[in-house]
Design a binder for this molecule. Structure first.
Ligand code: OOB
Length: 545
C-alpha cells in the first residue's frame, strides 16, 4: 500500500485523542502476549474440534508472523485475506497486526472482479485463501487473480493437503522453537500505532467497494469502548457466525473484543440455525451477533428445537433495519435479551446497552460507544435539523477515519471539508439520545446486511450487449430485508432474462450476492430533469409491481 493514500486525522485533533487517552500509542499486536500471560491455559479460540489456548494462540500467531516475514512481507504491505470463519482467520489477522502487515478483509463470496480490483488498488503483496470452500476452488481463483495484478504477489493457502508448489499458510507443523526469542524479535520490529492496522471494505455506493483504513490506535480504542459498552469479560463466550471480515463480528465486540478480555471465541462457518443451536449448547455460548435476516431464521427455528440455549444472555442484532415488532420477539424466542447495534465499517458504533429497558432495546439503535463521537443530523442543505427531527447523519470521532484509501475525488463527496463522514443514513435522536435509523439517502441495496452498490450493478449490467440503459432499486423482502430489482431498456431486437444477467456476472467474476433478483424490461426508464434514471419513480413502480 501507499501511505500517502491514507487520510490522517488533523494533527491537532489527533493530539486531543491522544491526550484524552483514546489513543494509547500501542500497536494491536502488542496485546497478544499480555493476553497469553493473563489467561495462559484458558481456551481462546474454538473451531470445530480444534481448541487453542491463549498461550497456543500467541505461539502460533508468532510462528505465522515469522513465516509471513520470511516471504518478504512486512510493515505497510497489504495482503488480501479471503478466509471463512476458522482458526486460521484469527491467526492470520493477529499475525498481520504483529508485523504491521495490513490485512484487507475480503469476503468468501468475492470473486475475480472484486479481488482483482481491490488487490490492484492496495498493491497487495499476497492473497490468502482456503484451498476450497463451499465447492469452489479458491486456490485456482487466487492464482488467476494474482496473475492479473500489475505487481508480483504470493498465493497462500489455508488447509488442504500439502501439494508441490503450494505455499501453505501455516507451513508444515513445525515445533515451536525458541518462543521467547521469536517474541522478542517481533516485539522489536513492531509497527507504529499510528500506522494502518487493517483495511475494511465499505458497504459502499460506488463502482467497486471502497477501502477503509483503520489504524492500530483507532481500532484498539473502538474495541476497548465497545467491550465496555457491551460488558464483555472473561466469562464471555462469543459465537461468530457472520463473515468474520465484517467489522461487526470482527471487533464490535466480536472476535477481537472477546479476546481482549480473556473470553472465548467460537467460530462457525455459517449461521444455519441447527449448527448455531448445537454450538450454543455445546460451548455454553453467552452472546452472539447477527443481521436481522439471520436473527429471524433463528427465531423461527428456536421453538421446540430441542437444544439447551439457556447459556445465551444476549443476541446483538444490526447491519440493516429491524422492525420493532420483530425486535420484541427475538429475546423471548431465544430466551435472552436483545441488543441492537447501528454501526459501519467507516467507524461510528451505537449500541443499546445490555440492560436497556425494552422500549430502548426494541425501538432504538442505541447510543454511541464513545463520548468523543460527534453526531450531526442535517437536512439536504447540510444544515442541522431541530432536535428530534429526521435528517442525514454526519459523524466524526476517534475511530471514524477522515477519508477512504486512495480515492480523493470520492472523499470530496463522502466527507465534508471539516472531516464529517456523511453516512447517507436518515436518523433521528430520541429525547434520551438514542439513535433511531429511519431510512437512507444513499443508493444501495441492503440485502440481509450485505450492502450492494446500485452503481456497481448498473455499470456491470450496462456492459451487456442487449442493454441500452439500466437502473437498480431495492425491493422489500420479508426474508432478507431487500433484494435488488433491475430495470432495463433494451436495444432493439434484444431480449434479457435474469439468468442472462446471472451468467454474465459469473463470467465477469462478480460475487453472486450482487446478481439482481427481480427484473423488469421497460420501453423507457423514467428520468429526472437532469436525465438520470428517476429512482424515486422506479421505487414507486416496485411498490406496485
Ligand atoms: C455494518 O457495517 P457496514 O459497513 O456493512 O454497513 C453500514 C451501513 C450503515 O451506514 C447503515 O446504512 C446500515 O449499514 N446499518 C443499519 C444498521 N446497522 C447498519 N441500518 C439500519 N439499522 C441498523 N441497526 O453494517 C455494521 C458494522 C458494525 C456493527 C454493526 C453493523
Amino acid at each position: 500500500m501507499n501511505p500517502s493514500g491514507v487520510v490522517p486525522w488533523p494533527t491537532e485533533v489527533a493530539q486531543v485523542y491522544r491526550a484524552a487517552g483514546c489513543w494509547r500509542g500501542r500497536p494491536l499486536g502488542s496485546y497478544l502476549w499480555e493476553w497469553a500471560e493473563r489467561h495462559g491455559d484458558r481456551i481462546a479460540v474454538v473451531d470445530g474440534d480444534r481448541r487453542l489456548s491463549y498461550h497456543e494462540l500467541a505461539v502460533r500467531t508468532d510462528q505465522l508472523a515469522e513465516r509471513l516475514a520470511g516471504l518478504g512481507l512486512g510493515r505497510g504491505d497489504a495482503v488480501l485475506v479471503q478466509l471463512p470463519n476458522c482458526a486460521e482467520f484469527v491467526l492470520t489477522t493477529l499475525a498481520c497486526f504483529r508485523l504491521g502487515v495490513v490485512p484487507v478483509m475480503m469476503l468468501p463470496p468475492h470473486r475475480e472482479y472484486e479481488l482483482t480490483a481491490i488487490g490492484a488498488h492496495v498493491e497487495a503483496r499476497a492473497l490468502i485463501v482456503p484451498a476450497r470452500w463451499r465447492d469452489y476452488d479458491h486456490e485456482a481463483l487466487a492464482h488467476r487473480v494474482v496473475a492479473a495484478w500489475p505487481h508480483p504477489a504470493h498465493v497462500l493457502v489455508a488447509g488442504g493437503d500439502t501439494v508441490p508448489g503450494r505455499i501453505d499458510l501455516c507451513g508444515p507443523a513445525t515445533p515451536p522453537g525458541d518462543v521467547a526469542a521469536r517474541r522478542d524479535r517481533l516485539d522489536r520490529a513492531a509497527p507504529d500505532s499510528a500506522e494502518v492496522a487493517l483495511f475494511l471494505l465499505s458497504g459502499g455506493t460506488t463502482g467497486v467497494p471502497k477501502v477503509i483504513s483503520r489504524t492500530h490506535d483507532d481500532y484498539e480504542y473502538n474495541i476497548r469502548q465497545v467491550v465496555a459498552a457491551c460488558e464483555f469479560g472473561p466469562d464471555t463466550v462469543y459465537l461468530t457466525v457472520l463473515p468474520a471480515g465484517h467489522n461487526f463480528p470482527l471487533a464490535n465486540p466480536g472476535i477481537l473484543g472477546t479476546l481482549s478480555v480473556g473470553g472465548r471465541v467460537v467460530l462457525l462457518p455459517s449461521p444455519r440455525p441447527e449448527a448455531v443451536f448445537a454450538a450454543i449448547e455445546r460451548e455454553r455460548v453467552t452472546v452472539t451477533s447477527a443481521v436481522p435476516a439471520v436473527a429471524l431464521r433463528w427465531m423461527e427455528a428456536a421453538a421446540d428445537c430441542g437444544y439447551d440455549l439457556s447459556s445465551l444472555r444476549h443476541v446483538q442484532v444490526g447491519g440493516s433495519p429491524l422492525a420493532p415488532e420483530v425486535a420484541a420477539r427475538i429475546g423471548p424466542a431465544l430466551g435472552c435479551r436483545l441488543q441492537q447495534v447501528y454501526g459501519m465499517a467507516e467507524g461510528l458504533i451505537c449500541y443499546t446497552r445490555p440492560d436497556a429497558p425494552d422500549e430502548v432495546a426494541h425501538r432504538t439503535q442505541g447510543t454511541p460507544i464513545s463520548e468523543y463521537d460527534e453526531l450531526l443530523i442535517v437536512d439536504a442543505d447540510g444544515v442541522a435539523v431541530p432536535s428530534g427531527q429526521i435528517g442525514e447523519l454526519w459523524t466524526r470521532g476517534p475511530y471514524t477515519p477522515r477519508g477512504y484509501y486512495g480515492v480523493p475525488a470520492q472523499n470530496a463527496e463522502s466527507f465534508t471539508p471539516d472531516g464529517w463522514y456523511r453516512t447517507g443514513d436518515l436518523v433521528r435522536r430520541t429525547p434520551g439520545g438514542e439513535v433511531v435509523v429511519c431510512g437512507r439517502v444513499k443508493d444501495l441495496i441492503n440485502r440481509g446486511g450485505e450492502k450492494i452498490s446500485a452503481a456497481e450493478v448498473e455499470t456491470l449490467v450496462q456492459e451487456l450487449p442487449a442493454v441500452a440503459e439500466a437502473a437498480v432499486v431495492p425491493v422489500a423482502d420479508p426474508e432478507v430485508g431487500e433484494r435488488a430489482f433491475l430495470f432495463v431498456r433494451l436495444l432493439p431486437g434484444h431480449e434479457l432474462g435474469l439468468a442472462d444477467v446471472a451468467e454474465a456476472f459469473a463470467a465477469r467474476g462478480v460475487a453472486a450476492f450482487k446478481v439482481p433478483e427481480r427484473l423488469a424490461v421497460l420501453d423507457e426508464l423514467p428520468h429526472t430533469p437532469v436525465g438520470k434514471p428517476d429512482k424515486a419513480a422506479l421505487r414507486r413502480l416496485v411498490a406496485t409491481a
